[in-house]
Design a binder for this molecule. Sequence first.
Ligand SMILES: [Fe+2]
Ligand SMILES: [Fe+2]
Length: 348
Amino acid sequence: MDRHPAKPTPWNGVATLTGAAGQRVLLDEECPKSSISCPLCSFRVHDAAPNVTGMANVTAHPTVRRMNFGFGVQAPANKYFADGSMVFSHMVAVLSAIFPPGEELFVRSVRRYKDQLIDPDLKQRVAAFIGQEKTHGLQHRELNEQLAAMGYPTAWFEYLLECTERMEKFTDKQYPDPDQLPRLRRFFLGFTVAAEHFTAVWAENILKSPEIQTMMYAPEIRNLLNWHALEELEHKSVAFDVYRAVGVPESTRLRWMTFASHFGIPILVLFTWISIATTDHEGRRQPVRIIKETVQMLRNPMWKGFYKSMKPFKNPSFHPDQIDNTELLTTWQEALFGERGELAGHLR
Ligand SMILES: [Fe+2]
Ligand SMILES: [Fe+2]
């Protein structure tokens, strides 16, 4: 494994990366001997879960990238932009609708504890996590407007899922100390940690599958998914480290993961069917097609093997960085944002 990822490009300006246990890892420009083992690059190897490598991941400090996609300029020619599949396209639209309110909930859940954090490195990672999630929400909102214009009920899903925001904002104002209402606050943080693992597995499936890349017919939607997936992997351990740092009992995250494992994909399928039933005349007339495409979608690389990949999270000694995504990350960082990166021109 290359322990010295590529030099920071002008768009990121990040000087260091951080290992699983918070160790500082030098970049090439700091370490003159990047091809040999640097004494500062000692990684703690966590206990390996059954399907992980046992090698600690080198998680980049999340890099906040201000993006500019071409949504609103030209809608995809094909309404069913995901593999020509009505079901898969509605599911991607549902996911895009869920992201803005969901990610704002993640941000609130983590930010609530920022003043309790002692580790300056973790504080920086939290700030970057918030920046990334906020940017994801903004970009997905732009895509959601385009999808709404194409007939997808993205505005409805966004509206419904914003239901906790009002309650959380009220409690945060009335009880600003996160140690007040601790069960409620820990409930949200536990949910965030489980959901971040869910999105990290989803992100890994997207980035490692050439098939998914060819399935996304609309280039800007594919670009958005790739960028979002990359950043989900970059910050996959931030909420988890906050969770550990503030001492929330393990049982909370484990209960949430049990819920996510059992109901995560069924809920997405249900929302997808609701999306079709409420807005898609063509879909309402073709129930057999819906069933067939649902089965196909659950077998495609975005979801295939998903439950197995979720399992390590249930190990009491689990840490997200046990799953080594270093190579995948460096490959995609270069492919998207390197000098000739596909999305270098999308940076603001
Ligand atoms: Fe995100
Ligand atoms: Fe995330």
